[in-house]
Design a protein around this ligand. Structure first.
Ligand code: FAD
Length: 379
């Protein structure tokens, strides 16, 4: 790298990428440290409120111009990272960029209807209008996978199409591989899972539990399920959402990812496979057990301090560890439309408390955290 100055490149303009870039910019001397953010879009996209964009056109509750949340002195490179190695990365335009420190905050590939700025770039309106009209036109919609995101989307559809669902004009099915909705991952307690399952089933959503659905190779819009895939179900629209798929640019780094494709990091966010110690990763792309925003402040603070420590002291720096939910339940609020929600709060040594629904509805479902969006990116 150029002597005298050091370059820090952040990849991805999600909550973690933007906030990390801002914090580093605020803490480091701008004449010595150059910070670049590589992003596919001029906008940031706030995922927690995205589930409502299919039924409302209130884009400002989920999409903000990047320039409104990113500090002025940070250089924005509008492109996608095609590949990287421990010293440099290559953009889709073919340009190579060298770095002293790289922070990967590339999140996940969310399937439709949620999508990602990685896929729709600046064209969010086209994306959500298309999904809204596919949903409006479909008489039978099937969700393959009853995880957190699909449950929240179905809750929104239930709110919008309650009458059509009750009258049988529109039908919505969820195929899920466990006996209750939400992942059976240990993060969600049985009571929360039961409440979400019972609410959706009790409001006309057809649930196919303990069932694995696969797409038919021969008939479009057909799902096969049951023993030996002998049963099938046709739908006008099928959304799949099975687990989160980390978005890792091409690389030839041995053991970078775990067997599910998440970047393996230490609790200090350093990427385990990089001997030099100059690559960090944060957010949904990492193999942290918990993915979400509850520990955002701690994670951003720890990452900022560790990157600065590394820049100043190299491998001698003593790095600190982040706090996360490494076992047991995680705090969760599941919104099922603007007026309904269920939640849990684990308290160390005391156990997990199920939150009163009116509290979850007020704290989360009403505006899906969009009142906190700007500050989560900016600060
Ligand atoms: C529908 C939904 C609801 C949620 N609700 C909640 C909730 O209520 N509470 C909670 O705590 N958490 C919630 N989460 C989880 C939370 O939103 C995520 O954990 C968090 O937003 C992840 O942020 P991130 O910065 O890691 O990734 P993202 O926000 O996904 O950002 C990644 C960025 O990287 C970019 N990118 C990817 N690859 C490249 C590349 N090669 N080159 C350049 N750019 C690239 C993408 O375009 C994107 O801008 C929800 C998630 C979803 C999907």
């Amino acid at each position: 790298m150029t002597t005298g100055t050091k370059t820090i490149i952040v990849v991805g303009a999600g909550v973690f990428g933007v906030s990390a870039a801002n914090h580093l910019y605020r803490e480091l001397d701008a004449t010595t440290y150059k910070i670049k953010l590589i992003t596919a879009s001029d906008y940031v996209y706030f995922l927690p409120s995205a589930v409502r964009l299919m039924i409302s056109e209130d884009y400002s509750s989920s999409i903000l111009p990047l320039k409104d949340v990113l500090d002025d002195g940070i250089k924005v490179v509008k492109d996608k990272v095609a590949s990287f190695n421990p010293k440099s990365l290559v953009l889709e335009s073919g340009e190579e960029q060298e770095f002293d420190v790289l922070i990967l905050a590339t999140g996940s590939k969310w399937p439709d209807p949620i999508g990602s700025t990685y896929v729709f770039g600046d064209n969010y309106k086209t994306h959500f209008k298309k999904e809204a009209s596919r949903i409006a036109d479909a008489n039978h919609i099937v969700f393959v996978g009853g995880g957190f995101v699909n449950c929240e989307i179905v809750g929104e559809l239930l709110y919008k199409y309650e009458d059509e669902i009750r009258s049988g004009k529109k039908s919505i099915s969820i195929i899920h591989n466990s006996d209750k909705l939400l992942p059976n991952s240990g993060l969600y307690g049985d009571t929360l899972r039961e409440k979400v399952t019972n609410y959706l089933a009790g409001h006309g959503i057809k649930l196919y539990l303990n069932t694995v659905g696969t797409f038919s190779d021969t008939t479009p819009n057909r799902i096969l399920f049951g023993e030996g895939a002998l049963k099938n179900m046709d739908a006008d629209l099928i959304y799949r959402g099975i687990g989160i798929l980390p978005n890792v640019p091409l690389n030839y780094i041995l053991n970078l990812c775990d067997n599910k494709g998440f970047i393996q990091v230490d609790k200090n966010f350093q990427v385990k496979a990089i001997e030099e110690g100059n690559i960090f990763a944060i957010g949904d792309v990492t193999n942290f057990r918990y993915h979400g925003l509850f520990k955002r402040d701690n994670w951003i603070d720890v990452l900022t301090r560790n990157v600065i420590g590394f820049l100043k002291e190299g491998s001698e720096a003593s790095l600190i560890n982040a706090i996360s939910y490494e076992s047991g339940h995680a705090p969760s609020g599941v919104s099922l439309g603007p007026n309904v929600g269920f939640g849990q709060l684990p308290i160390p040594l005391l156990g997990t408390f199920n939150l009163p629904s009116f509290l979850v509805a007020r704290a989360k479902s009403k505006n899906l955290l969009s009142d906190k969006m700007e500050s989560l990116f900016k600060n």
